[in-house]
Structure formats: structure tokens, C-alpha cells
Design a protein. Sequence first.
Length: 405
Amino acid sequence: MNVAMSFDSVASPSSSPFKRSRFGRGKRTPFARWFWEIDRVLLLLVTMLIGIGLIAVAAASPAAGVRYSGNGVTVAARHYFWMQLAWTVIAVPVMISVSALPVKVARRMALIGGCIFLVLLALVPIVGSTANGAQRWIGVGSAKLQPSEFLKPLFAVGMAWLFSLRARNPGLPFALISVVPIALVAGLLMKQPDFGQTVIFVSVWVVLLMLSGASLKLLGLLGAGGLAAIVSAYLFYSVATERINKFLFKQGDTYQVDRAHATLTNGGLLGTGPGAGTEKFTLPEPHTDYIFSVIGEEFGLIACIAIACLYLAIIARVSLRLLREENDFLLLASAGLVSQFGLQALINMMVNVGLAPSKGMTLPFISYGGSSMIALSIGFGLLLAFTRENPHLKEHSYTVRWNGR
């Protein structure tokens, strides 16, 4: 007796649970492809950060409302929470949309966007608005954006693209060419002044230069030049002089650092409880620069350690994936984006615990801010797009026949 069995008939769409599933690998809808290609662990980690950020802004919002009330203006206790929730509703679809872009399209859009925001950054000294002694925003009234926030991830992708061309054109001096955009960006940022953002841009540039195979001689020259730049900034750049003196020698007004330390340590290991913090009302920017201290007061130092571990997990996850990456551009772009993301988080946390001078930098996905939230979502969307799994797997249609006697 001959018995013939065909997988085409047995594993029919109506009988296979994977074919019936909306998220099964057998589905070819755009969302299903995105779901199976995306790094779901990375997506989960950033979702956790966004959720923690909403809770943290809700805790810091009453203190920020008190700070900015006055002169006939009353800011509601939950005003900044509702605003952050609105920004999140916009930012999350932006991140998912960017993460679903093909690599070539994402790269092209990042390069075009980088040029646009570089022009806007150059316009800040001319038409920009000033707040807290710094001219960093463009816009009218509440409709403002900070070009440097949007330029950060796009700059990392642009530099990655430039350095990835070395394999095809080894004779061109790419390191020298890259000095032009980084010098332009650094000069525009120092003029605002924004020393913290300058540090991030330059650091990402150095990381990408190292990963692209720069010689030890060049890296040594850069190290010496960086040291000379720091000394020059301290001697001739008043913003750097003031902040370094406050940090190292406790000269001048150390109110911000002192209040951040008092708030962070007030909650002990487990915190005072949600809404029970009192020291947060003395912070200068409880919902932005010093939100990490608010978390420490109301949710405890354990919560602060957990948040630091989340950032570390994101960096480790991307780094491990890049060990298998063979495409120069994808490796450099992902490394640049995650370096920028991790460095910004590190600087903010170091400022809050008193290990770095105050820099006016937000904690990624946790601090309040529209420009920051949208720009971070674009950057993380690009990171998710560049770390997607290769979908081009071979599929074979075959029939298995069994001859039984």
C-alpha cells in the first residue's frame, strides 16, 4: 500500500495555528514583518523607560508647578504630567514608524534631516529665544523646538555614513573631512552656550572615529587636543570656568548641586513614597534636569539603581548585537546612537549625584520635554531600524512522500 503525504495539504492555513495568528511568522503584513524583525527586548526596555518617565514626571510635576507659578499665573499640579503624556502619545508612533523604515530610507532621511537641523542650529543665534541665560530654542510662544536635540541622532548617523565610505575610498582623508561638521556644530553650541551638548557631540564623533579604524597616532593627537580644549575652555570660556569652579572648588553659587544631593538622599533606600517628597520643592528644575533626584527621594536609591541598570541593559543589548554585524554603516550608526544615548543618561545621573558639574541635560525618556521626547524617539527609532534582523531568509516549498509497505 502506498501512502502519500503532502505538507502543502496537511499544513493548510486553516489548520496551522501560526497561519491563523495575527503575529505569526507566516503572516506577511507590514506589522507582522516589523514585529518579527525588530529587537523586541530592546523595544521592551525602552517601553519600560517611557513608563517610568511618566511616573517620574507625575511625581515632579507639583514641584515644577509651584516653581513656575507666580505673577498672576498658576500652574496646575499635574500640568507637566499631562503635557508629557501628550508628547508621549505623539512620540511613540514616531519611534515605531521610524523603526519600520528600510535602512536605506532611514539613512537618507537622517542625512536630509541632519542638514535641515544644522541650518536651524545656525539660525538660533539670529532668531532664537533665550531662557535661563541660554539661547537654544527656535519658535514663538509655547511652540518652540531645540534644534540641537534633533540634530544629535541625525549627526551620529551622518558621521557613521561618512566613515563607512572609507572601505570604498581608502585614499580620502575622512578624519580630516569630518572635522569640518563637528567644528561647526561645536562652535554653534558653545555660542548658545551649551557645554553639555558639545561634550556629547564631540564624544560621539571620537567614538565613531575610533571604531572606523583611526590610527593610534591620530587618536593620541586628538587626546592631546581635547585636553588643550578643556584647559582653554576653563581659561577663556566663562560658562565652563563657572561650572568647573563650582564643582571642584565649591566657589560661587552651589545651590543646584546642594539641593539635588539633599533631595536624592532624603528618601533613603526605599523612598518617602509617591507624592510624599518635600525636598523636591526646593529643586530648580525638578521635572527636567533633576528628575533623577526626585525619583531618589520618592522611590528610593534602589529605584535609581534599577533605572541605571535599564540604561546599561540597553547599551549591553546593542553592543552584543553589533558583535555579529558585518555592515560598516549599520555598525557605526548603531554604535554612535547608543553611545550618545548612554552618555546623555550617564551625564545626567552623574550631575544629580554630584560627580559632574551641572550641565542642563535631560535624562533620556524620563525627563519632561517635548523636543527631547520627540528627538529621542527619532533616535531610538533609528537604532531599532539599524538593529533589525535580516529578513531575507530562504524559503523552500517541498513535498515529502512516504512509501509504506
